[in-house]
Design a protein around this ligand. Structure first.
Ligand code: C5P
Length: 201
């Protein structure tokens, strides 16, 4: 069966948690597409040309813990505005979306660019403050010390850049269901998302 669940939205809104829960419930394969941009960003920070790095991306490199570092987040946001780079990452994402057995993908442009015909589309969002708090707690738990204020600043900068870029800006697809997780528990957010998917299965 071909069935794509497209989950877009800003950083730390809960996309990953929701995507993993949907994948566990449906048995669909999951791809966090932010990791593709992060893997390219890591190589760009090491001095490689980002477009060349995107063309030769090794999916095995996607479990590197360094990918979560704040400087990698900012670099990913910066390089993701390069059209040729997005183009280089298109085929792998497109292939994943329409793979046999179903796919759950989270990112910024899955429902708008990568798979506009996705059977279920969600736009998961939350206030910048709620997202900064979550991201800060994650970073602290991972032993990457930083302040809440710096994290909020980082979240705002990335939102502005991701929404303003000319190519594939972050925005909800016209047919996406918007879920604001600011005042929802994880269980409530997951239940709301699963209801949308079940409705379309
Ligand atoms: O989701 P995550 O925070 O890991 O993404 C890192 C950066 O990669 C984002 O800020 C965004 O600029 C870029 N990205 C993108 N399109 C996607 C996924 C991520 O432009 N589908």
């Amino acid at each position: 069966m071909i069935f794509t669940v497209a989950i877009d939205g800003p950083a730390a809104a809960g996309k990953g948690t929701i995507a993993r829960a949907i994948a566990a419930e449906t048995g669909f394969a999951h791809l966090d597409t932010g990791l593709l941009y992060r893997a390219v960003a890591l190589r760009s920070l090491a001095g490689e040309d980002p477009v060349t790095a995107a063309r030769g991306l090794d999916p095995v490199a996607l479990d590197d813990p360094r990918l979560r570092r704040p400087e990698v987040s900012q670099e990913a946001s910066r390089i993701s505005a390069i059209p040729a780079l997005r183009e280089a990452l298109f085929a792998v994402q497109r292939g994943f979306a329409r793979r046999e057995g179903g796919a759950v993908m989270d990112g910024r442009d899955i429902g708008t660019v990568i798979c506009p015909e996705a059977e279920a589309k969600l736009f998961v969002t939350a206030s910048p403050e709620a997202r900064a708090r979550r991201r800060w707690e994650e970073l602290r738990a991972a032993g990457l010390g930083t302040s809440y204020e710096a994290t909020l600043e980082e979240v705002r900068a990335r939102d502005a850049r991701d929404a303003a870029r000319a190519v594939a800006p972050m925005r909800p697809a016209p047919d996406a269901v918007v879920i604001d997780t600011s005042d929802l528990t994880v269980a409530e957010a997951v239940a709301a998302a699963l209801a949308v998917v079940r409705d379309r299965l």
